[in-house]
Design a binder for this molecule. Structure first.
Ligand SMILES: [Ca+2]
Ligand SMILES: [Ca+2]
Length: 41
């Protein structure tokens, strides 16, 4: 299987990856809370 875009290098394509900065927190959950989904916290 070919990986197109994988920002954090975890082997999951961005479009399927719910944690693009690989910090263990679902980025959409952070977005819903009004936080920067790419911040490491
Ligand atoms: Ca990824
Ligand atoms: Ca995240």
């Amino acid at each position: 299987m070919e990986i197109e875009v994988d920002a954090d290098g975890d082997g999951v394509e961005n479009k399927f990856d719910t944690d693009l900065n690989n910090n263990g927190i679902n980025d959409f959950d952070k977005f819903k809370m009004g936080l920067n989904p790419f911040s490491i916290d």
